[in-house]
Design a protein around this ligand. Sequence first.
Ligand SMILES: Cc1ncc(COP(=O)(O)O)c(C=O)c1O
Length: 488
Amino acid sequence: MAFEEFGSGAAHISGSLAQRRRIRRCKLTVRSDMRKTRALPGPKAKRLIERDTLCMSKSYTRIYPLVVERGSGVWLWDVDGNRFLDFNAGIAVCATGHSHPQVVSALKDQISRFLHMSGTDFYYAAEINLAEKLSRITPGRFHKRVFLTNSGAEAVEAALKLCRYQTRRSQVIAFYGAFHGRTMGALSLTASKAVQRKYFSPFLAGVTHVPYADCLHCVYNLEYPSCDFACVNFIEEVVFQKSTSPEDVAAIFVEPIQGEGGYIVPPDGYHNRLKRLAEKYGILFVADEVQSGMGRTGKMFAIEHWDVVPDVVTVAKGIASGLPIGAAVARSPLMDWEPGAHGSTFGGNPVSCAAALATISLLEDGLVTNAARVGAFIMESLKEIEKRHRILGWVRGKGLMIGMEILKTRGDGKGNPDKRDLLVRHCFEKGLLILPCGESALRFSPPLVVSKKEAELALEIFEESLAEVEKERGGVGRAHSTFAAAGA
Ligand SMILES: Cc1ncc(COP(=O)(O)O)c(C=O)c1O
């Protein structure tokens, strides 16, 4: 019996005993059907990983030995026929699930006509349609312009160059815990894990990092709301007074919800205060929505949860269901730079544009709403699970951007990266794909097509794994773990 066939999530909670028994039987069938090989990786995966080990860059951060063969919706199959529930979505990319038929059909149509033209030098409808669409869906009802790129880091680079160009100011404020990409400009803004920067200095001059509104690990040891946003006041009262004149600051780059740095949701009012500060000194407010955007949080853009309208929005990841594309979207007068000031050979290529248009139309037709609905269900369930397990804490998130901390014990609030790593591995062994983030956090970022039933199954696997890990002594050991360096 296919998993999709058994009763709804609501029935699972409130149905009769017979109904609940039937659902339980179906779930067991689905679960027993997921694993085909005795050990993971299976023989085919093992052979491919051996070859990979010899030819691929050693900088890659492989979390577990998953070798994918195909995918559909929230499900992935490895080369040995094992089936996995994908709660990563290719690091928050495959918003419409794997190989959504509408996206595939849009791609086929575009591929049969032409593959490339270079939108920097020539015109084509897909690029124009996408720019118009992005202008309409990004926050702010004013005329905008769009610069298309191949990735999130490139979108950040474009935003950074634009802000410097237009303000003629050199300095930038960014945040500890931020991840903006790995190209040199974007990396200069990134301050998530030291290993991502080690041996790459000198970085772009003029970047000042300041504490984010990470209330779980408040560097001031204060509590919200009595803290009165000490982290924002610090910028004005310390940075602007002692080291960096605000008249030299071009932009504040901020993730509405920090992603790779730990799925940190700032408290209400934070972005509003930050925006007011930026406005006071003529500083541009750049919202990096590469991970939090495109419907993932239950609104098209995460910054909309706080009614803040940024000057520039950067997007990538979830915009095209897996095809490489990113964008910097800005007020029209701001993106008025002279021809030749910036460009890209592949940026906004027609195939990626076609995928993005199909993706956005699916997001608008229900997937953003689904992210809010199923996200709320997962969050509620995780809060219940949290009560039953002392090593799980600080469940947070919006929509389907959900983070949680794995702790030594709940009381002292200290993170337990070893157990977190072990838990990720246990989940993988049972067929659930999740990823770490931050020091000791986990993230759930499933495709936005995930159903309540699929979420229930994921939560069941997660809690089972959590219970096992809770009982085990120690973890996988940091020496064997690549997680400290993992993520994007
Ligand atoms: C918020 C944010 N900005 C930028 C990037 C960089 O994107 P890419 O890996 O596509 O270069 C990421 C990647 O994880 C991200 O999460």
